[in-house]
Design a protein. Sequence first.
Length: 439
Amino acid sequence: MALVDGDRRQLGVVSVALLTYFSVCAGPFGTELIVASCGPLVGLVGLVVFPLVYSLPTTMLFAELCSAFPVDSGFCTWVSLAFGPSWGFFVGYWSWLASVVDATVYPCLVVDTLLRTDESWATRTACRLGVAIAFTLPSLCGIQLVGSTLLYLSSFILAPFAVLCAVAVPRIEPANWLATRPDPHWTQLVGLLCWNFRGFDATGAYAGAVADPKRTFPRAMGLALLLTGSSYLLPLLAAAGANEPPFLTWTDGSYPAIGAALGGAWLASWIAVSNTASSFGLYMAETTANGYRLAGMAELGLAPRVFARREGPSATPRRAILCILGISVAMCLVDFSTILGITNALSSLTQLVESVAALRLRHVRPEIARPYQVGLSTPQLTVAMVVPIVLGAAMTLNQLLLNTTTLIVCGGAILLGGIARAVQRQRPESIPLLIAGDA
């Protein structure tokens, strides 16, 4: 028997916050260059200012629309109402494709970190397949289990960084925080900040499983933003203050070296293990969101209906999740490094369209019931969204034009989506009344 809507809504503030946190962050990994690109003064100030002017308006606007359309893949609905059903399809397709490609990276990273560089292709591929399957099991068991697992996982991931901060305190010299790089890399800094604070829109993928949307969405997204900013800022504040090794030598993945310098080899090893746990959490959160995203699109008539089926006490979309696993397994068989640009390009394009659509609905559809509403007037919200929209457009163009391969792959993916949409439009009965009637 299918579950009624109330039975499916089981996620509270903490679970939604952790699912969002792991879709965006999952720990401080990959943030070292934020300090190294322009120096501690600029990097640390950027980590404080950027979330306020870029992430906060965006996350609160998404919370408003998620509460107004509390269904899985609800962003497809609000984009459809703003720009028409075709745009709703495209934004769902881009979001799903970008996230699926991104998620396949993590099992491969775990295996490539643990195995020798001269390991055979067959052994490496078999290990990747095994890790991908193992990482998917919690998602198949239900989103509540995923939320509980992420709670323990986040504690494990952040524990070595709490120790790093503690051992760094006696070595901190405040003057180190004021240092700047003689040859600052401004473009790199802005790009890093954008990428490390993207992904908050993933919450809309499983909005249909969220209890009390009016209360849960704003609190959960605010908590996720606070956790993300703190996870980035505090370890970098400690490491830059101690400046061991010097920040000019930092690269992506320098935290084990920083841990070794401040605490010894044991702390470096702990951070490395934490990185593996982070990959597990990222894959689990993204796979869960991808499954609900595909199921939600199927329920909205934007994907094959076969993926709309729910099973188990938590109404888990297992068919959709198994589809994601199948894609992950297939991509484990090939060298996917040349197509990773599709993740950044399509995810930034998705968030840009979602933001513009949400803002447009404030102007043209003010009568839509919004259980939670950002405490700004429409003109004030428009001004607040200028920076996120301009930066989003710039980053989308930058990623699309990054290299010829990325442009070709993204162009091919977009063309394939256009063909799929053209075929779907020949079946108007598949488009839900909510979208067809309001477009």
